[in-house]
Design a protein around this ligand. Sequence first.
Ligand code: NCD
Length: 335
Amino acid sequence: MTSPAPSHAGRYPAGSLAFPHRGLLGIAGLAPHEILFLLDEAEQWVELNRQPHKRDDRLAGLTIINAFFENSTRTLLSFEIAGKRLGADVVNMAVAQSSVKKGETLIDTAMTLNAMHADAIVIRHGSSGAVRLIADKVDCPVLNAGDGQHEHPTQALLDALTIRHGKGLSRDSWFNGLTVTICGDILHSRVARSNILCLTTLGAEVRVCAPPALMPAGIEAMKVTPFHDFDAALKGTDVVMMLRLQQERMQGQFIPSPREYRYLYGLTPDRLARARPDALVMHPGPMNRGIEIDSNVADLDGRSMITRQVEMGVAIRMACLDVLTRRARGVEGWA
Ligand code: NCD
């Protein structure tokens, strides 16, 4: 860090005013104190998840549906574990065997989910905006687990919590003075979008680095500095966040070859040496080892936060599920 992070000016308001939103569709529209509130709420779950007995029954009797219309390993598992550790009944909708494959519209799927009286619905979908469409049709809180190239808010929150822990920041701290470089397929990445929104809202300096074909036009409007030269982007960086090439979202050729991509944009030990000596390495997974990140960087003890990100993910999702169901549970100050 180049300068000490200033203290959060004034605590967040009490009760439901601390987080007045019905669901979590994105980081866009969240105030800094609302983001810090969710991070602070997650701290108790980081502690609990490190105990042998990892159970709190505050969501007992509630039903959570995970509706994942796109493949997922860690996000689905993380939401499932989060719901179960809070005592909820968690149901995973297997899309491959669902009526979606028979041509049911998204609205009809939403109405079906709603009729089952779920208390929260977690949705991942391949189309940007699909999660909001469903959220508008159901009565319970909806959490976006990734929609197309749009947003992946719980990923950004878990990344922020990982940075807070990895850099030893106090609960009240914003991220002023921290420089974060996000490198890879910025164009197709909902992780990049949500992280840019979250990190800039908390005051960090954000650099994005990609080959020209994978850099969105007008990205400067998101208050970031774009780079095509990875070595230049890394200079003075406190956190390096690597992204996968999202081949499944690419139509046509975006990079000359994986070998050339690694040469220019892969995080190797030599390259990491250009960042600050204590720079943290992050990756949301799944990783393509040997392309965007070398194994001896991904597994670098003390510097790589990749498994820590997974750990923080469960805590963040527990916090989100708890906070978003408080109104329905009649929690004092939230009813
Ligand atoms: C990311 C996603 O699905 O957007 N993964 C994740 O949630 N951990 C990133 C990716 O797929 O590359």
